[in-house]
Design a protein around this ligand. Structure first.
Ligand code: ATP
Length: 537
């Protein structure tokens, strides 16, 4: 599937629009249109239902070491600034960026791919910003730089494959051709760039009033750990879920909504005893992977990637990413949908004692400032847990499944896009665009049509529509040829279309059409609700 086809369908049918489009848009910000908002809401609701409200607190689910409880939270986007100092985001939530003195553009250096090439006795690292076909783009730029024609491509001696700028020693930047530059050596050395958006709270506007828009929802859960324990009767092991907006001032937002500056997360912090934390990690990793396959992402494009030992922080006993082969990525590459991390007691201890140095070994130690005192002071509140049966007191370990609602929505959209052949009103085969969304997340569950706008058909169809509307988001349409109406619903991903026709008036039956198989069958008018309920459940 070519990405531009999906992007244009999303705009044409109202799934996604560029934010502030009439003013030229704002890079890294996206709005969900009338269909998109329903799709994303359904995805978030499915997550909340499956992880929180529908969770059985009494019986251990398959693969879980024991039964556990789940509850939710909804915290503010702006929190006490100390939260981000203690969590490490203030000091460490940075991307390395390079500036180009020629184009005046700024790039995240690990997102600029390039290749070494030699010609005319000169060795150059040629980069590109192209989102696909990197090698072709780089070759075209190299030919231009060396003043060669396409037929002389053999004069380019390539050295090694595609690597990101992050792998190149900054001392060699003098030989680098920046993505939008004509001359060599225009890139500055990499510098840290904090991804948190800063804002001011209150009317004084001094630096002391500076606060941050949260870059993740997780910290709201950690700082409320004690509140949840004290106000509900949860016992470890239990999980707290939260979904909501997060903000990151990404240097190079791109790939449609994949890397946005404002996005929604769906996160769980699961608190457990240290001795069973590895089993819980494995449980959550597999449970979350299954959630995506249950919702219709195929095994082929979805993968679970376990991080290697060297990629892990030493206090973590495991991290895995659930990744999807987005069509905008080069063949064989995957993009992260969700990360599941074993975080040990890092977060709760940080909020008790002060910012921990993530590299201190073997025991995590509070990072000290030049004065020998904690660099960023913790809350000093006791965030340990006392098991009232064993009387043991300990700091729970945490498993964190952290998902992105927008990336999930994008993956479901990519997976759903299909083109096939279907007959038009004249019975001639035509290419059809159909969004094969799982019925649970489809924005519209069914559409109701009168075949023609007369003979009492609209009245019957509207009655059915009103009946169905009590339970689902359904759509009524009486305009234009019925084939066109089917096509519009196929593009919206509506799983079923119900048509009132001449026969309805004789035998009180309607046709039901299945979006994917195109099969049609007749159902009694009074049984339409039950038919749909059976198929949508
Ligand atoms: P990446 O490496 O792609 O920047 P990350 O590892 O920093 O992602 P996390 O901090 O683990 O991401 O965030 C958890 C989830 O939040 C991600 O798996 C993703 O689904 C979502 N997410 C993170 N950053 C963005 C973004 N800029 N736009 C959209 N979703 C995002």
């Amino acid at each position: 599937m070519e990405m531009d086809k999906l992007v244009s369908l999303c705009k044409r049918r109202g799934f996604l629009f560029q934010s502030s489009e009439i003013y030229g848009g704002l890079n890294g910000f996206w709005d969900y249109g009338p269909l998109g908002v329903e799709l994303k809401r359904n995805i978030k609701e499915a997550w909340w239902r499956d992880m929180v409200t529908g969770h059985d607190d009494i019986e251990a689910p398959p693969g879980a070491p024991e039964a556990y409880e789940m509850c939710g939270l909804d915290c503010t986007i702006i929190m006490h600034p100390q939260v981000w100092k203690v969590s490490g985001h203030y000091d460490l939530f940075v991307d390395k960026m390079v500036d180009c003195t020629e184009s005046k553009k700024r790039y995240r250096y690990d997102q600029v791919p390039g290749r070494w090439v030699e010609a005319k006795g000169q060795k150059v690292f040629v980069t590109t910003l192209a989102e696909a076909n990197h090698e072709q783009e780089i070759e075209a730029r190299a030919l231009k730089f060396f003043n060669l024609r396409a037929k002389d491509a053999a004069d380019l001696a390539w050295q090694g494959g595609l690597v990101s700028l992050a792998k190149i020693d900054p001392a060699e930047y003098v030989k680098a051709l920046a993505p939008e530059a004509k001359a060599l050596g225009t890139l500055t050395a990499p510098r840290d760039f904090n991804l948190m958006f800063k804002t001011i709270v209150g009317a004084l506007g001094t630096e002391e009033d500076a606060a941050f828009l949260r870059p993740e929802t997780a910290q709201g859960i950690f700082v409320n750990f004690k509140n949840v324990l004290d106000s509900s009767r949860v016992r470890v092991p239990f999980g707290i879920a939260q979904m909501g907006k997060s903000f990151r001032n990404e240097i190079t937002p791109r790939n449609f909504t994949f890397r946005s500056r404002e996005f929604e997360q769906m996160e769980i912090e699961f608190f457990c005893h240290p001795s069973s934390s590895l089993q819980w990690y494995q449980y959550w990793r597999d449970r979350r992977f299954r959630w995506y396959t249950d919702m219709g992402l195929s095994g082929e494009r979805l993968q679970l990637r376990e991080h290697h030992q060297e990629e892990l922080s030493h206090y973590s006993r495991g991290t895995a990413d659930i990744e999807y082969a987005f069509p905008f990525l080069p063949a064989g590459e995957y993009g992260e949908l969700e990360g599941i991390a074993h975080r040990g007691d890092f977060d709760l201890r940080s909020h008790m004692e002060g910012k921990l140095d993530p590299n201190s070994k073997p025991e995590l130690k509070v990072e000290l400032g030049e004065d020998g005192k904690p660099k960023w002071k913790g809350s000093g509140k006791d965030l340990t847990y006392r098991d009232d049966i064993t009387n043991e007191r300990y700091t729970p370990h945490v498993i964190e499944p952290s998902a992105g609602a927008d990336r999930a929505t994008l993956a479901f959209l990519c997976e759903a896009y299909h083109e096939d052949q279907a007959p038009d009103d004249k019975g001639e085969m035509q290419t059809r665009v159909v969004m094969k969304l799982h019925p649970r997340i489809a924005p519209i569950k069914a559409a109701v049509f009168p075949l023609v706008k007369k003979d009492g058909m609209p009245e019957v169809a509207q009655k059915i529509y009103r009946e169905l509307k009590k339970r689902w988001n359904v759509f009524y349409d009486e305009k234009g040829a019925v084939g066109r109406r089917y096509r519009r619903q196929d593009e919206a991903g509506t799983p079923y279309c119900i048509t009132v026709d001449g026969q309805t008036l004789q035998d009180q039956t309607v046709t039901v059409r299945d979006r994917d198989t195109l099969k049609q069958w007749r159902v009694k008018v009074e049984e339409v609700t039950a038919e749909l309920a059976g198929r949508l459940s």
